[in-house]
Design a protein around this ligand. Structure first.
Ligand code: SF4
Length: 484
């Protein structure tokens, strides 16, 4: 049975999937007590719930009571994988959790995380957000037959577990040789660990419960939701260990910060803060700048719900054109388990979006969205608005054209499938059937992020990859036997 996509603000058209994130990671350590033992898995559940947008294929939690690690994971959304009775069996005072979208390795149970490995001293449970780019080179260090799954995370877990020293010692040695994007949260029976690649491509933050407990999470929103206070970001190239002695930190590599620019455009929750600035504030500012770069006379600014909402608010504010709703989204369609018949499929995007005729009829509209992948979604929206009587439809996009694939943990379409990889802006406008089309420029997007250009990865927009990627290290199925 196919699982619902669970994605309420994207994937309006299943044939035009939005970029898929590589995962959410979460970890918690609290002092052992009877009360804490019952709470930790529930805190992890709610942390993962807050990070569900980062991966919807599988979910899992590993918990330890100080002497034994228990792992529960399965395919599906966090709320589908866990219920009260399962969580009640996961008792301990430290835990790690994961929600996955696959980038290396198929979406199978074996590849779901946490990845567990036995070690000489006990066990190791590892969670990973990002994508490694030297997986074959790392896998070659392992004895044949060691791998039981086909993900890059499995390779890393096997290297850490077979090292022979403790997790800290193993990480000190293995991580400097690991290339690509990795925000890691892992544990043995008594200690929670976290590490971030030297480029810091994916986010990772540290929070605390009044200094008597600690949380590590992909985004600050997950700290808020479990009632933890934001302490700081885990630094690029930093490795930390957390136990009864508090937080111990060390560097395993010099930092070379290249945070993912796409986190601001699309990936992170709007209520998350990156580098001290709320993602919502950045997205509204992008909208303001978009209005100044691509002005047009119109009667109403509408978002593609909900992905275009913050930028549409900013566009309306800077242009002085009223903001309003023109499309109503059925928020629950994304969770359907029913495969539509061919007749229903032809309704396409109408299953999820419905135009508000009275707002649209006779009006000149500006429709704001966050990105264009293949263009099918925007083409259907333009047609729907015209059918509903719009006098003009102007499309504005709050990211530059996405022309290049991502090798650091975001699954875009291939370059051949990316409409901007093949067509000029004018050709895309024509293909969408819009009266005009404007993308924010890369410089304006970077300015809105308030992060210096040389501290950002923007490879999907400009093709400049901060960590070079060998041809033989590309591809989701590189550890799987060829079927051709
Ligand atoms: S290529 Fe794009 S999506 Fe991937 S890390 Fe860089 S900015 Fe982010």
């Amino acid at each position: 049975m196919p699982l619902g996509d669970g994605r309420l603000s994207h994937d309006l058209d299943p044939s035009d999937r939005s970029p898929q994130d590589a995962c959410g990671v979460f970890g918690v350590w609290v002092p052992p007590s009877e009360a804490s033992r019952a709470e930790v898995s529930k805190l992890t559940y709610y942390g993962l719930y807050a990070l569900q947008h980062r991966g919807q294929e599988s979910a899992g939690i590993a918990v330890s009571d100080g002497s034994r690690i228990v792992v529960f994971k399965d395919m599906g959304l966090v709320a589908q994988v866990f219920d009260e009775s399962v969580l009640n069996t996961l008792r301990g005072h430290l835990a790690v959790g994961h929600c996955r979208y696959s980038t290396t390795g198929s979406p199978t149970w074996e590849n779901a995380q946490p990845t567990f490995r036995s070690t000489d001293a006990g066990g190791l449970a590892l969670t990973h957000n990002g994508n490694l780019i030297n997986t074959p080179e790392l896998a070659a260090r392992l004895d044949p037959g060691v791998l039981t799954a086909t993900s890059d995370t499995e390779v890393l877990a096997a290297l850490l577990a077979t090292h022979g020293g403790g997790p800290m010692e193993a990480a000190r040695e293995i991580l400097p040789a690991t290339r690509g994007a990795y925000s890691l949260v892992f544990m043995d029976e008594g200690t929670l660990y976290a590490a971030r690649d030297p480029e810091g491509i994916r986010p990772l933050v540290l929070g605390s419960f009044e200094d008597v407990g600690w949380v590590v999470a992909s985004e600050t929103a997950a700290l808020d939701i479990v009632g933890a206070r934001f302490v700081r970001e885990i630094e690029p190239g930093e490795l930390i260990a957390i136990d009864a002695d508090g937080v111990r930190s060390e560097r395993f590599a010099e930092p070379r910060p290249k945070g993912c620019l796409f986190e601001y455009v699309y990936l992170a929750r709007p209520d998350t803060t990156i580098a001290g600035r709320s993602v919502q504030a950045t997205r509204v500012e992008v909208g303001r700048r978009l209005a100044r770069e691509h002005p047009v006379e119109a009667d109403l600014v509408i978002p593609t719900p909900e992905s275009g909402t913050p930028a549409a608010i900013g566009y309306a504010e800077a242009s002085g054109i009223p903001y309003g709703q023109g499309l109503v989204k059925n928020s629950y369609v994304g969770r359907t388990f029913i495969q539509p018949s061919q007749t229903i499929r032809q309704l396409g995007i109408r299953l999820k979006l419905n135009p508000l005729r009275e707002a649209i009829e006779g009006r000149r509209l500006i429709v704001v969205d966050d990105s264009i992948v293949r263009g099918n979604t925007q083409r259907a929206i333009v047609r729907m608005l015209r059918d509903a009587g719009a006098a003009e439809v102007h499309v504005r996009i709050s990211s530059p054209p996405v022309k290049w694939p991502c090798f650091y943990g975001i699954d875009f379409a291939t370059r051949a499938e990316l409409i901007a990889g093949n067509l000029s802006v004018e050709e895309i406008r024509d293909s969408l059937g819009a009266d005009s089309l404007g993308y924010i420029s890369l410089d304006e997007l970077i300015a809105a992020s308030q992060i210096p250009k040389d501290r950002l990865c923007r490879a999907c927009f400009d093709g400049v990859y901060p960590i070079p990627v060998d041809e033989d290290s590309r591809g989701k199925h590189l550890l799987e036997p060829s079927t051709t």
